[in-house]
Design a protein around this ligand. Sequence first.
Ligand code: HEC
Length: 174
Amino acid sequence: MRQMVFALTAVAALAAGVAYTAAASAQAEGEAAPVFGIKLPPGYRDWRLISVAHEEGMLNDLRAILGNDVAVTAARNGTRPFPDGTIIARLAWDYAPLAESEKAFGHHQSYVAGTPKNGVQFMVKDSVKYASTGGWGFAQFNDGKAADEAVINTCFGCHAVVEDRDYVFNRYAP
Ligand code: HEC
């Protein structure tokens, strides 16, 4: 009996922990980025992959484009415009040579994600709230700190190049 009470208490504690985690993950925390007032979306690092990218030149990074469930479903099905509730994340890391690979191949061969760089960017779809910018709100965080207004004001102008693709450059990588 004692053992069973213990087991039940453990299960209850675990359930409470899960409930707490779920509640916490539904609420964005931290400072909001200027202009569109977007906070760092919780759990974004666990979102699914839409595509990858490599930027040359000054940016020189490796990128992953991730989406929440609404984003990934729409990206896969080619649904345009993306529905409200879509969030697309763009992560980036230093484009770094892998030393161990050089040993294996005898020359520079493999490049991998190094340290995070160039911030983490987000596009959030809300066709009413962000009506004047194609229904998209933009945000960038550098080491968890919101980028300033001058940076955020550059986003929409450049993404307008792909207005016919609902302002999203990347296609779903099958
Ligand atoms: C000079 C043009 C330019 C500016 C300015 C720019 N972007 Fe982009 N963005 C791109 C291009 C090109 C891609 C696709 C290549 C890539 O993924 O790096 C992209 C990709 C993205 C993606 C992945 C979805 C997609 O469109 O493929 C997000 C999210 C994003 N940008 C957010 C932002 C935010 C937020 C800002 C402002 C802080 C911003 N971008 C500023 C050109 C730009």
